[in-house]
Design a binder for this molecule. Structure first.
Ligand SMILES: N[C@@H](CCC(=O)N[C@@H](CS)C(=O)NCC(=O)O)C(=O)O
Length: 209
């Protein structure tokens, strides 16, 4: 039995969708990330006060990429190929979504916390949106020649990419997702597991339109 600590629409939604895809039994614990005080239940399992956290029969796993690899390996899911170049490419693009793309959005969410100076805020906003745009342009060029991020099947890399993409309208500037990225986002977000995760978290998907 798994327990997932999540926040609606956050990176934890990739774990939520993956849990549904595997058919494993799980329960959800909604964490309060923005409240006036820290969420005591989340702090207890993660001193960094971040989601996702997965409990697997009492074992606490933190860090989204590690959680996804642990879960999909244990459940034998095709979302993480078992060997060969397909596995290497899946891990490469999973790390891209988790460690390259996600932190850029993290800066976009924190522009006002990074400086009190409106001019500096403007510069940071401009920089971060251009930086995110570059990352999407790279993904779009890759998807012009590849059906999915890691070959011919949907993998966990694409699911995490789709979750992060949905934060785009909250960024402090214009970011345009290319047609190839949108094609993959549409396919992934149409999957019943992704639709169920969106519905369970009451999140609207806007990035694929
Ligand atoms: N490196 C961590 C990052 C997790 C992360 O940034 N989670 C966000 C939600 S997407 C969060 O919990 N933010 C609240 C905070 O940092 O205070 C991971 O991949 O699990």
């Amino acid at each position: 039995m798994y327990t997932l600590y999540y926040s609606p629409g956050a990176c934890s939604m990739a774990v939520h969708a993956a849990l549904i895809e595997t058919g494993a039994k799980f329960e959800l614990v909604k964490a309060e990330l923005q409240g006036p005080t820290k969420d005591a239940r989340l702090l207890k399992v993660n001193p960094r006060h971040q989601v996702p956290v997965l409990e697997d029969d009492g074992m606490v796993v933190r860090e989204g990429a590690a959680i996804l690899i642990h879960l999909l390996e244990k459940e034998g899911s095709a979302l993480l190929p078992k060997s060969g170049p397909e596995r290497t490419r899946t891990l490469e693009w999973l790390c891209w979504a988790n460690a390259t793309l996600h932190p850029k959005y993290g800066v976009g969410f924190r522009v006002k916390a990074l400086s009190d100076d409106p001019k500096a805020q403007e510069s940071i906003a401009k920089f971060v949106c251009a930086d995110i745009q570059k990352a999407w342009n790279e993904a779009d060029a890759h998807l012009a020649n590849n059906t999915y991020l890691a070959g011919d099947t949907v993998t966990i890399a694409g699911i995490l990419m789709a979750v992060v993409a949905n934060w785009t309208p909250k960024m402090p500037g214009t970011i345009t997702l290319g047609a190839n990225v949108k094609r993959v986002l549409q396919e992934i977000t149409n999957r019943p597991a992704f639709q169920k995760a969106l519905a369970d978290e009451s999140v609207e998907y806007k990035a694929a339109a």
